[in-house]
Design a protein around this ligand. Structure first.
Ligand code: ADP
Length: 250
């Protein structure tokens, strides 16, 4: 589904991504791990159109998507989850989901022409979809809660929920487990597996929690110093001398 070819991202003289090549297979939950500073987040930012690469190419389903802006990638079903922006924290969980740009007409001049009935109808559909997403993620009891009041893990579920408001094909998840308790982490893991199996989502997940990676991800790609060091099942990765050395070296 995604092919990255010899990607470089330099910040001045510093090579954060230094010739990374990798593939993310359709239907997989691919883990991306590596010591701090390995270039994982930078790689995500380049794939997701947040940063232009210095050189190299990114393909999605065989099509060159290098350097396309996030909204363009969004329409192709390539999404990266983001922390809930500050300005959305005073809105409810359900409203946050309804804000995701999708099929709704929004505040365009057409609204006046189409008429209020049509808008109400669209809003009802959007609301029904939001409720369905909340139920899927088992957080329907939080629908009227302000997003700013959610715990770290609940916010992660909401971020995942936003990808479900549009029909995502591939979702890039950055550090799902950071500051999330074990129970909620399991709920997030379950949601990822169900989205993968039942809705055909492909995932690429950056995560430090090795139990989480072991439970969810196959294959696992290891990055170090801006390049791909190894790829395989978690067991293959764990017994790889180069990988052990890269982690010990930090
Ligand atoms: P990881 O996610 O694997 O921890 P990052 O991609 O965040 O690694 O960072 C890789 C390296 O690139 C780090 O040394 C970081 O300091 C550097 N880096 C990341 N973004 C920038 C930037 N905007 N300007 C300069 N250096 C950066």
């Amino acid at each position: 589904m995604i092919r990255v070819e010899n990607l470089h991202k330099h910040f001045g003289g510093f090579h954060a991504v230094d010739g990374a090549s990798l593939e993310i297979a359709q239907g997989s939950i691919t883990g991306l791990i590596g010591p701090n500073g390995a270039g994982k987040t930078t790689l995500f930012n380049v794939i997701a159109g947040r940063l232009p690469p210095t050189s190299g190419r990114v393909f999605m389903a065989g099509e060159d998507i290098t350097g396309l802006p996030p909204h363009d990638l969004f329409h192709r079903g390539l999404l990266r989850t983001f922390q809930i922006a500050h300005e959305f924290s005073s809105m409810t969980v359900r409203e946050n989901l309804m804000m995701v740009p999708g099929g709704q007409s929004g505040e365009t001049i057409w609204n006046a022409w189409i008429g209020r009935q049509r808008i109400l109808e669209e809003e009802r559909e959007l609301q029904a979809k939001a409720d369905e997403v909340l139920e899927f993620l088992t957080i329907d009891h939080l629908k009227d809660e302000k997003a700013g009041n959610l715990s770290g893990g609940q916010k992660k579920l909401l971020e995942l929920g936003r990808t479900m408001m549009v029909d995502a094909k591939i979702v890039f998840l950055d550090e799902v487990g950071a500051g999330v308790n074990r129970t909620l982490l399991n709920t997030i893991g379950d949601a990822i597996v169900r989205l993968n199996r039942e809705r055909g989502y492909t995932f690429c997940v950056i995560e430090h929690d090795m139990d989480f990676i072991a439970r969810l991800c196959d294959p696992v790609i290891v990055m170090a110093e801006g390049r791909v060091l190894a790829e395989g099942t978690i067991d293959q990765i764990k017994s790889n001398e180069q990988v052990i050395e890269a982690y010990l070296g930090t």
